[in-house]
Design a binder for this molecule. Sequence first.
Ligand SMILES: *[C@@H]1O[C@H](CO)[C@@H](O)[C@H](O)[C@H]1NC(C)=O
Ligand SMILES: *[C@@H]1O[C@H](CO)[C@@H](O)[C@H](O)[C@H]1NC(C)=O
Length: 272
Amino acid sequence: MLSTAVILACQLFLLFPLALAGFYGSDTAVINLTPKTFKSEIYDTNYTSIVEFYAEWCGHCKNLRPQYTKAAKSLNGIAKVAAVRCDDQTNQSLCSRYDVRGYPTLKIFRPNSKVPSNPYIEDYQGGRTAKAIIDTVLAKIPNKVRRLKAEEVQTWIEESNGPNVLLFHNKANTPPLYKGLAIDYAGTANFGIIRNSEKGLSKEYGVIKFPSIVVITTDEEGEHRHKYSGELKKEPLYEYLSSFATPVEGARAPQKPKKARKATEATQHEEL
Ligand SMILES: *[C@@H]1O[C@H](CO)[C@@H](O)[C@H](O)[C@H]1NC(C)=O
Ligand SMILES: *[C@@H]1O[C@H](CO)[C@@H](O)[C@H](O)[C@H]1NC(C)=O
């Protein structure tokens, strides 16, 4: 009797702080999903998502938690890192719909450019580390950024309506953060990237350091070039671009984790 009471007390003691904070608390960038929010967050979006189906009592889920939290922080504003708690009656319908048989189960939802709200769904089979998760998800992000050559830029500007955002970069690959911005402003702004080797164009735009961003707008007076001088980070960039175009509904302004786990822990994709 006594030992049962002690065990029970211990369990309560262990569970209580967890229940208060939640498995993925508001100090993380993990999106907690319920049957009410699943469709709007995961289906009606141009973002790629990874969803973890978990149970609070499961040891492998607890082991994954810090890695998953880290991946969410790094991918914040670029892709959605979400979770469904299955050991809860109200979420059961979701877990059985996706045929979850063990915990944790991870699935990737990749937007279908041809049929909106009908993502491709696949099991995540990769390693259970932040890096493996981040790399796999990044590889599945739709690229709405146009890679341009100097001689294509003028036509690109003339043929598009809405502001044109041009990134002058010294790297061959399009930075994930920039891909994320192109999704935030899908349909309301156009995103292009150009290499620093196109020296004539950089000169014409007065760009001397890489990376640099120039926003081009046109009105009856002609073309206007706005050189961005702020920090090349997600939040200030997102803010800046919102003065030229409207982000799509559901674009998440980057959330700042309330309590940074480690203030110095730099994330991989915070900057261009
Ligand atoms: C998805 O992107 C397209 C343009 O590529 C845009 O027209 C549409 O509004 C976007 N949908 C959502 C839900 O953001
Ligand atoms: C459903 O899952 C989410 C995500 O893990 C969790 O926050 C929530 O407490 C669960 N239960 C209910 C009732 O929504």
